[in-house]
Design a protein around this ligand. Structure first.
Ligand SMILES: *Cc1c(COP(=O)(O)O)cnc(C)c1O
Length: 357
């Protein structure tokens, strides 16, 4: 009864049901999804698979997504027994909470964070301990370390962080791992492809380190739900005792394998996002609007007339995420970065919006 439901405020329904004729195409920039579809090879692979054998649908999927694991092994440079594929990385986060958390265990989380994780913590009866640093936009490992107690069972670090975009360095996470030996250190690398930074090789050194990743962001497969865990073989084995081995659908496995075969396509999009981010930050700077750079595919923007601004943006079919409910993010919204032409279009619309507030 005490669990706070994750409030999934998405513009999807508005976009699919309510868009009026004659208005500009929606810019869905609220959930950090890719703003472009996945590589064309994904569509080809799905079509081929279905044409070849419709038993694909009446049979259960390949257990433990073994073919996909082997693809991921090539991509991550980790061996197959260090990888566990899950139904989105949300599923990975929930699995980790299920396996490691007992009622009353403490979970340290630098705050603000990815709030969906909190629901999984609370559903285990574990206790969330927020670490609120003075400046949410500056990477701070000492505040986290100084809050660790003998009751700390798990530390959840989103890197780069969502929603702030702040990236802790590998050195900082190494410091944390070298000090904290009796708690699980969970590093959520949902935006790894954008930051280019990973701590995945540290799983060789620190048995309590677990990394999660997703194909929902840079790989443009949010609708199919594929994520994965990187951890040492012992941990992977323990986690797989509880994992449902058929939870990733056949079509998701096929699509993910195809996407991973076209790294170039993904990298091109990531590069465009990086260039667009610079253009957008520059735009806000020229308008005297506070905007923070980030290591991911989104930035945080602050405006004193937030409510009016968001309403006017919706009138231009621009959908972003209001993050002002976090007490140390007053008047902030988060905006996902798209490709080059989407960013030009966005700026044109923002020019109009700003004349109205
Ligand atoms: C988007 C996001 C996720 C969810 O990813 P799925 O793989 O789609 O479940 C997990 N963690 C963070 C930090 C995210 O931003």
């Amino acid at each position: 009864q005490d669990i706070q439901a994750y409030s999934p405020v998405s513009s999807r329904d508005k976009i699919t049901l309510e868009i009026k004729q004659g208005t500009p195409a929606p810019l869905k920039l609220d959930w950090n999804e890719s703003t472009v579809p996945p590589s064309p090879s994904v569509k080809e692979a799905l079509k081929d698979a279905l044409e070849k054998d419709m038993n694909l649908l009446n049979w259960y999927p390949e257990l433990y997504s073994r073919k996909l694991v082997s693809k991921l092994s090539g991509y991550t440079g980790r061996s197959a027994n260090e990888i566990l594929v899950t139904n989105g990385s949300d599923d990975a986060l929930e699995l980790i909470c299920k396996v490691f958390l007992d009622p009353g265990d403490h979970v340290l989380v630098p705050y603000p964070t990815y709030t969906h994780f909190i629901t999984y913590v609370q559903s285990r009866g574990a206790v969330l301990k927020k670490v609120e640093t003075p400046d949410p936009f500056s990477p701070d490992i000492t505040s986290i370390i100084s809050n660790v107690t003998p009751d700390t069972k798990l530390i959840y670090i989103v890197n780069p962080n969502n929603p702030t975009g702040v990236l802790l360095s590998k050195k900082q996470i190494t410091t944390l791992c070298s000090i904290v030996k009796n708690a699980v250190i969970l590093v959520d690398e949902a935006y790894f492809e954008f930051s280019g930074e990973t701590v995945s090789d540290l799983i060789d050194v620190y048995p309590n380190l677990i990394v999660t990743r997703t194909l929902s962001k840079a790989w443009a497969l949010a609708g199919l739900r594929v994520g994965y865990i990187l951890a040492n073989p012992y941990t992977v084995n323990e986690l797989s005792r509880v994992l449902n081995p058929k939870s990733v659908s056949t079509l998701a496995q096929v699509a993910a394998s195809a996407a991973l075969s076209d790294t170039e396509y993904m990298q091109r999009f990531v590069n465009e996002v990086e260039a667009s981010k610079i253009i957008l930050l520059d735009f806000f700077r020229k308008k005297n609007i506070t905007a923070h750079d980030s290591a991911a595919n989104y930035i945080m923007v602050q405006h004193p007339k937030l409510e009016k601004l968001l309403a006017e943006m919706e009138n231009e079919n621009i959908f972003v995420r209001d993050r002002s409910s976090f007490k140390n993010l007053p008047d902030f919204f988060r905006i996902t970065i798209g490709n080059h032409w989407q960013t030009e279009d966005l700026i044109e619309r923002l020019e109009r919006v700003l004349t109205r507030i």
